[in-house]
Design a protein around this ligand. Structure first.
Ligand SMILES: [Mn+2]
Length: 342
């Protein structure tokens, strides 16, 4: 009864996050031992670059050691970020790395591996594999599942052209499980007789990777069963929407932003809206932001409005007309159309 732990998109070597990613991988290894996984499957983008440093390569293998020392195995394929990187790693017992399509048989398991290729498409899932009569058929691929609207919207049309896979090909594959990598947020669904999943990054790496990080435990026992495992994370990305004058007063803004910098485990993006009396002063304050806080300034600068007769007249008309959410939006949209943000 094989048990596999599926992860993807480690991006080891991602600038500024090197330590966090290895710490998170250490946690994955701990989890893999706790849930008695026999194998860790990594569906691409182990490294962030095609030429990982020696420290990154050694860091990867060293972190896997506690798992390998118990005679367990790790199977990884290359993704669009680390094509050519896996071949630079030293041979290590129990570690199987692939940069070309391959079918690997391990007891009751057949692992059909489809590393990223610029010419790759979902058809490869059917044409570039060896037939196998193993009891459990598992596909591993680094590609864009374009039939999932959530994935398609996130990757964008250009990103989704990378190794496009559609539900038609998955339904024809006969896989019990399709272990995907490339899309950076966890997603688990069924397509015909195939369970498909993207685990997402093991550690969040941007404001697009919000929410719990996951690994999937695949239990092969009369078909496959999948258990979702929450990994937590070393750091976290959080977006805050502050309206000046409502959520925060203009005078206390820099103090409030500095408070956020105390929470060093969190990266903050603060979206500022509302009205400020003097935009120039705000910009000066925002120049000295700590590294874990970034500010998106969408405020209206009252001093600029007052200095322009057209903006001023529009502002006065709207203010006389009414107060509240809808009038605020009329004001923001109208002022930007009139050239406030130029
Ligand atoms: Mn990736």
């Amino acid at each position: 009864m094989p048990r596999l732990l599926h992860i993807a998109d480690l991006h080891i070597g991602y600038k500024g996050r090197e330590e966090d990613i290895l710490s998170q991988l250490e946690k994955v290894v701990k989890v893999a031992l706790e849930v008695r996984a026999d194998l860790i499957l990594i569906a691409g983008d182990v490294f962030h670059r095609a030429d990982p440093s020696r420290a990154e390569r050694e860091g990867f293998l060293k972190t896997l050691s506690p798992f390998l020392e118990r005679g367990k195995r790790v199977v990884a394929i290359s993704g669009n970020h680390d094509q050519g990187a896996l071949g630079r790693l030293p041979q290590r017992e129990g570690v199987h790395l692939f940069e070309e399509p391959e079918t690997l048989e391990m007891g009751e398991l057949a692992l059909h591996l489809f590393p990223f290729s610029p010419e790759g498409t979902g058809r490869d899932l059917i044409t570039k594999r060896r037939p196998s009569s193993a009891r459990y058929q598992i596909g591993i691929c680094h590609g864009s599942y374009i039939s999932n609207p959530q994935v398609f919207a996130h990757l964008g049309e250009e990103g989704a052209l990378y190794y496009p896979i559609s539900s038609v090909e998955v339904r024809g594959s006969g896989f019990h499980y399709l272990a995907l990598g490339h899309y950076h947020n966890p997603s688990l669904w069924r397509e015909g007789g195939t369970v498909c999943s993207y685990p997402g990054t093991v550690e969040p790496l941007s404001f697009r990777e919000i929410g719990p990080r996951k690994a999937f435990l695949i239990i092969c026992e009369d078909g496959v069963r999948v258990e979702e495992i929450e990994l937590g994370s070393q750091r976290e990305y959080r977006i805050l929407n502050w309206k000046v004058g409502v959520d925060v007063q203009e005078g206390e803004l820099s103090g409030r932003l500095k408070e956020l910098s105390q929470q060093q485990r969190v990266f903050f993006r603060v979206v500022l809206e509302g009205m400020v009396r003097e935009g120039r002063l705000l910009h000066l304050q925002l120049q000295e932001m700590p590294p874990n806080v970034e500010v998106v300034d969408r405020t209206l600068d009252l001093s600029r409005i007052k200095a322009d007769p057209l903006l001023e007249a529009f502002y006065r008309v709207v203010k006389e007309r009414g107060e509240g959410e809808i009038w605020d939006r009329v004001l923001v949209r109208g002022l930007s159309l009139l050239g406030h943000e130029d």
